[in-house]
Write a protein that binds this ligand. Sequence first.
Ligand code: PEP
Ligand code: MN
Length: 337
Amino acid sequence: MIIVMAFEATAEQVQAVVDRLRDVGADAHVSSGQRRTVIGAVGDRGIIQQLPWEAMGGVERAVPVLKEFKFVSREFQAEDSVITVGDVPVGGGHFAMMAGPCAVESREQLLASAEAVKKAGAVILRGDAFKPRTSPYSFQGLGEEALILMREVRDLLGMPFIAEVLDPRDVEVVSEYADLIRVGTRNMANFTLLREIGRQKKPVLLKRGFTATIDEWLNAAEYIYKEGNHDIIMCERGIRTYEPSTRNTLDISAVPVVKHLSHLPVIIDPSHSGGHKYLVGPLAKAAVAIGADGLLIDVHQAPETAKVDGAQALLPDDFMELMDELRKIGTAVGLSI
Ligand code: PEP
Ligand code: MN
């Protein structure tokens, strides 16, 4: 059961609901978002559901939920969530193209890619300061120096930016600079990191773990939501299967499945799923056609020199061409890209 408090509910009214739950032997998980407070009740369903919650002061509604994840479920919120990144809305019919280099390598490199993706119509810039690399000897990212560059380019072009955080100790610094914080596939089940991210205010892009089920992925989102951060965007980026011709297998059906189960927006990363430049276009088109709320695409002005993931990066001209094709598909499915 979830008890949704009215916008104007007082702290005393919230406490009264918590006390009432504890009186009947239930646990209360209070999630205070920017808009309202919601209380997740865990305990004997028969007892909890019988109580007249909506008669208590400050309670707007009480919602029975069958799934383990509650706050991110469609049962809890029927209408689509719209997440605002900087001033860019994502979800609920608002499509967001996020693009840029996989990693920030230098000011010149970042600025060249950023100007190109903006010109092509991207609305959020990507570029990482901290890279999760398979080998400890590979380029690990420029750290805070990259965040400073991202902020400079953001201010110059008026484009919010997304960057990954790998370590709970870096959440503060990344959230100070970035407009959207990314949890990568390798960290989807890092519950310490998820909790830390849930306690800060910036919106979060939560990638699906490459071995995670959709249920596990939604439970990861629940970790963030429960801590009070309700601004979560889901990102499907492929899962590991027995098929070696792609880096990962893009689970395109995750888009309608997540939309069926949850009110959160879902986007697709065709770059890290396919792992090859020639796959980015076809996968991106499928994403738009199936109703994804956005895309996250690697673009590099000189992929042959890229320190990370050059094989999957699009050249600015290819990206520009792809955007034109995506706009046509968007028009057919009622999305403005
Ligand atoms: C990325 O987007 O740069 C990235 C590392 O992606 P993933 O976590 O999906 O591998
Ligand atoms: Mn990458």
